[in-house]
Design a protein. Structure first.
Length: 454
């Protein structure tokens, strides 16, 4: 009785652990040479996630095996923001310390919007984060209760309008789910609470170290891993009871028969393996990153350098162009630095454009960084939306764009109607981000085991 998991990102690692906990022989097939998925890293430099939130999700997975999670410590200030006029802001969990950096009118807006974010998070999270994909009755219950109070017909920009500095500050959190904030529904403001109200955490060695710790736990529990193994298709069949199921996971090196199959790769890859038509909906944003190895150690920190025209930046991205003067996100930790700007996915930007202009664009970013935050750079390399296609369909880091009234509703764990197959990870319920991908893997397997008994 074997279970096969495709992908050793956070969702795949959590899924494998949950399958093993149920006593199943579990094999993880991963095309890359190491675990972590988007967090695989390059010579100790992050390649994707850097802001860690909801630490209890991680601790609970380790606790389920009587193990202790790596030490996660709170980061303060949460991030440091700077606007083109030189204004700086470093919010903390301590509300009074945060408000003391703002004018009295801004402090009033901050307090109101933080409270609003908490209300939205507490209203939505039981249905949309800490449960299975919502059924129609669950959606109706939410829609007639907390949903009615979540400004269902309002866009995010109207909800968070709070002056030239705080508006882009609050808008930006919607990008954590791949949104263009100007097209996001107001309910995505709940994400601000996760960071500003619940805190940002870090661990020694960063996100790759977290992936390695989960991998170590999975190995100790007896999960088998096959790295450098690329899945190329899924063979389907009817079981004796007439139910459609996946029979075999095909790789370049041969097939793996399985009773349970969990795809923890991008949902669109799974659809292609099943030869299903790919959806035509709008995809969310991609990223353009510069990974840097430094010659001198830097303190751990998250920095945000806003562009002079945040709305204009998003207009450029929406029309399929790289932003000419983008908002920079910078993370430093020891001898590693990671610079990230939002970028269009390859659904709206031509890959030829990126091939032709990528290196020049990286130099433009580096010039801007040198002016704003000089660093002793020893070596650097680019990760553009082209490179992100290795883990994300069209380079869209979070799959479908969370825009419009139903935008934040993620696809469920069922894919193609195959009874023994679950789709988990950052492109499906409950959504992207490290803790949500972990929840997706863990809970998605529980859902699969309840649904399929061979
Ligand atoms: C630039 C960037 C910044 C981010 N910042 C943050 C942040 O600060 N905080 C945060 O919480 N989240 C952040 N995220 C989001 C977060 O990284 C993801 O949502 C999360 O890592 C997704 O995990 P996953 O396991 O679902 O998918 P993935 O990490 O994509 O894992 C899927 C795995 O499947 C493998 N795979 C794909 N195809 C095949 C195949 N054919 N055969 C075998 N294996 C295959 C892939 O190689 C990969 O290892 C960021 C992401 C990016 C890219």
């Amino acid at each position: 009785m074997r279970a096969v998991v495709i992908g050793a990102g956070f969702a795949g690692l959590a899924a494998a652990l949950r399958l093993r906990k149920a006593g199943l022989e579990t094999v993880v097939l991963e095309k890359q040479p190491a675990p972590g998925g988007k967090a695989i890293g390059w010579e100790g430099v992050p390649t994707g996630p850097t802001v860690l939130t909801l630490p209890e999700v991680i601790r609970e997975i380790f606790a389920a095996f009587g193990a202790t999670a790596p030490a996660l410590y709170a980061v303060s200030p949460l991030s440091r923001y700077r606007w083109p006029d030189g204004r700086e802001f470093a919010p903390e969990l301590d509300l009074e310390a945060t408000l003391s950096q703002l004018s009295s009118q801004e402090a009033q807006s901050y307090r109101r919007l933080l409270e609003e974010a908490r209300r939205l998070y507490e209203g939505a999270s039981p249905t949309f984060i800490f449960s299975d994909p919502p059924t129609l009755p669950a959606l109706t219950r939410y829609g007639l209760g907390a949903g009615l109070r979540a400004h269902p017909l309002m866009g995010l920009p109207r909800l968070v309008e709070s002056g030239p500095h705080l508006t882009p500050f609050f808008l930006r959190f919607a990008t954590y789910l791949g949104a263009n904030p100007y097209k996001a529904p107001a309910v995505l403001h709940n994400i601000a609470w996760v960071e500003l109200g619940l805190g940002v955490y870090a661990l020694e060695g960063g996100m790759r170290a977290l992936a390695d710790a989960l991998y170590g736990l999975a190995k100790a529990q007896g999960v088998e891993f096959s790295f450098g193994t690329e899945v190329v298709g899924l063979e389907t069949a009817q079981d004796p009871g007439g139910r459609p199921r996946v029979r075999e996971v095909r790789t370049a090196a041969g097939g793996y028969e399985a009773e349970w199959v969990v795809s923890a790769a991008d949902r669109h890859f799974t659809l292609a393996w099943l030869k299903k038509p790919l959806p035509t909906y709008e995809l969310g944003v991609s990223g353009f990153a510069v990974l840097m190895r430094l010659s001198e150690r830097q303190p751990l920190g998250h920095w945000l350098y806003f562009s002079p025209d945040y709305a204009g930046e998003w207009r450029e991205l929406a029309s399929g162009r790289l932003a000419s003067d983008p908002t920079l996100y910078l993370h430093t930790d020891g001898e590693a630095a990671f610079l990230l700007v939002n970028a269009p996915s390859l659904q709206v930007m031509r890959s030829e454009t990126l091939r032709a202009k990528g290196q020049n664009y990286a130099r433009l970013l580096m010039r801007k960084l040198r002016r704003l935050h000089p660093l002793p750079i020893a070596e650097w390399r680019v990760m553009s939306p082209l490179e992100y296609t290795a883990t994300s369909y069209q380079g869209a880091l979070y799959g479908r764009a969370p825009h419009g009234l139903w935008g934040s509703l993620r696809p469920g764990w069922s894919v193609g109607g195959w009874a023994n197959l679950a789709q988990v990870g950052g492109t499906v319920h409950p959504g992207g981000g490290v803790p949500l991908a972990l929840l997706s893997g863990w809970r998605g397997v529980q859902w699969l085991l309840n649904r399929w008994n061979p």
